[in-house]
Design a protein around this ligand. Structure first.
Ligand code: CAO
Length: 550
């Protein structure tokens, strides 16, 4: 076993190219020469293949990362023989240098005079008989210098050939499917006045980008710009880069169009700009849903993961490994699972943890219960937490809010949900208008609602309308956890078991009863500073309830 760094090979003059696709993830087994990432400049994209076979241990780049020759892409754990082909430290750099794509060469270009100018295929390295797969211009079109006029493609790569002069296309000498070679005439331009600001015909240019040859370890340059992977439709597993030119991909990115969902109408299923526009129109008209939207609207009970581009859920014959028993999941468990799944996937959760000193509050609670023993009402810590949260929600109204399209709905009522563990699963009854109720009333209502929940007798009305929820595991144990927000709420407080801890008072450690708090919040609405302030304020109130009156 050895760890090998896979690096960006010599990619010619392409400096600081962006990673636009990462095709593997940690744990994947990759073959020698398997494409790992796609990088893109403004004119070309290329897949970078693996220099060794092995298992991906660590990925060092992310979408959007800028890389250049020598940048480490990932770490592979290889078996001894797999690395034999290329020494780890060499990575992919055993390739010949490559020149950059240059504008189509102007043959016999007049220096200043207006008149016809021939655009020819520049030096495209070792590429012979490449196919014209896209023609961007037609007679009568005005073209600017550097504007792409055609795309050519070999079996491994495609590249756009830009114009070297500005002018009006007088004659087009190629059509889709033609095979072209260096020096072939592509078009004749009628230039204007002082044009062309041209590249001299003698300019030594080429259009190849170097990547390793299939003969790993042999230093020869071969072009491998764009993978020839056909476009695929929703439902199909993404298998690589959609078949489209860099400019079409750029166009799609600008519009936020998921190119892998666009069906290409060009040659060999190639996606054209018109396909991207047509896809956008169908999404806007509602005729087509993007996969992302489809996932959101699909029943959250879905477990196949395919809509998210994840691996399918593993299907295992558990009985193969030992005795098992199968039992149906309860209706409540299935409903809450579907809701929790949607909330976890759709809400960007963050959880802040803090501790509150409830030494005095707990002493007060115990004394109160003793004093009112005969009332039959047991005052709970959760009742105090509900009141403390109401005070914090008044001070930080964004926590008692919901997203509604472009707007934030700020609630002026204080209905607090609390998670109740029942034999059938999790339920969330709601204490309405908690701001208007005292600790006794809240404790009593909570105990009634919790009983109803356990007996399966809660009405839908008793479970709706909460603006904020508390999930208390204090009666069970644990330190901290990450509660899942109960949509459409934007925050939830998780509470665990309080414990006596030594707390430094500036002079000595004092035994204090500390309550662990875990506040999960929706980062679309709330930011970390507000969450920290909310927790601090809550802790202050729990530390000294008189603060509620301030
Ligand atoms: N720290 C230490 N002790 C605590 C405590 C805390 N934070 N909170 C409660 N306790 C103690 C209580 O004082 C009580 O002790 P006594 O019996 O000696 O008086 C004991 O723990 C049992 O309390 P409880 O949990 O039954 O009662 P509660 O009012 O605190 O909570 C309810 C009621 C309905 C919230 C609770 O029974 C429950 O169902 N909790 C689970 C919630 C849950 O499942 N959350 C996870 C959701 S995400 O999956």
């Amino acid at each position: 076993m050895a760890i090998v760094e896979v690096k960006v090979p010599d990619i010619g003059d392409f400096d600081e190219v962006a990673v636009i696709e990462v095709m593997v993830k940690v744990g994947d087994a990759v073959r020698l020469e398997q494409s790992l990432v796609t990088v893109e400049s403004d004119k070309a994209s290329m897949e970078i293949p693996s220099s060794a076979a092995g298992v991906v241990k660590d990925i060092r780049v992310a979408l959007g990362s800028k890389v250049k020759e020598g940048s480490v892409l990932l770490l592979l754990e290889t078996s001894g023989e797999a690395v034999a082909a290329i020494p780890a430290q060499v990575g992919l750099a055993t390739v010949a240098p490559a020149p950059e794509i240059a504008p189509a060469v102007v043959a016999a270009a007049p220096a200043v005079l207006a008149g016809p100018v021939e655009l020819r295929v520049p030096d495209i390295g070792d590429f012979k008989d490449v196919t014209v797969i896209e023609v961007f211009v037609k007679p009568g079109d005005s073209v600017k210098v550097e504007q792409s006029i055609i795309t050519v493609e070999s079996d491994k790569a495609s590249m756009e050939i830009p114009a070297s002069a500005a002018g009006v296309v007088k004659e087009l000498k190629v059509k889709l499917g033609d095979k072209v070679n260096m020096g072939d005439l592509l078009a004749v331009l009628e230039t204007m006045g002082g044009a062309p600001a041209a590249v001299p015909s003698a300019a030594p240019t080429a259009a190849s980008v170097a990547v390793p040859s299939p003969q790993v370890g042999t230093p020869v340059a071969t072009l491998a710009i764009v993978a020839s992977v056909p476009a695929h439709l929703p439902g199909g597993a993404p298998v690589g880069l959609p078949h489209a030119s860099p400019s079409v991909r750029k166009f799609a990115r600008e519009l936020g169009v998921p190119l892998q969902e666009v069906k290409g109408s060009g040659m060999k299923g190639r996606i054209t700009e018109a396909d991207v526009q047509a896809f956008t129109r169908s999404v806007m008209s509602g005729a087509v849903q993007t996969q992302a939207v489809a996932v959101q609207s699909k029943s959250a009970a879905g477990t196949d993961g395919a809509g998210l581009g994840l691996l399918p859920w593993p299907v295992v014959d558990f009985a193969k490994f030992g005795p098992i028993e199968r039992k149906d999941r309860s209706r409540i468990k299935k409903i809450s699972a579907a809701n929790l799944h949607r909330n976890w996937v759709m809400i960007p959760h963050v959880t802040n943890h803090d501790d509150a000193d409830i030494t005095d509050l707990e002493a007060f609670r115990v004394a109160t219960n003793k004093e009112h023993e005969k009332s039959g009402i047991k005052v709970t810590m959760l009742a105090f937490l509900i009141k403390a949260c109401v005070a914090a929600l008044k001070k930080f109204p964004d926590f008692n809010a919901s997203i509604d399209g472009e707007q934030l709905v700020l609630k002026q009522y204080f209905h607090i949900g609390f998670a109740a563990d029942t034999p059938n699963g999790l339920m969330v009854p709601v204490i309405r208008d908690a701001d208007k109720k005292g600790i006794f009333q809240i404790s009593q209502e909570m105990s009634e609602l919790a009983k109803k929940a356990r007996d399966g007798k809660l009405s839908p009305a008793e479970m709706s309308g909460a603006g904020f929820t508390i999930s208390s595991l204090g009666g069970i144990g644990g330190r901290y956890f990450t509660p899942i927000i109960n949509a459409p709420e934007v925050a939830i407080l998780g509470v665990c078991k309080s414990t006596m801890e030594p707390v430094w008072d500036g002079k000595a450690f004092q035994p204090r009863l500390m309550l662990p708090l875990s506040l999960s919040w929706d980062h679309r609405v709330i930011d970390g500073a507000s969450a920290a302030r909310f927790n601090v304020y809550l802790s202050q109130i729990l530390g000294d309830f008189r603060r509620i009156l301030l």
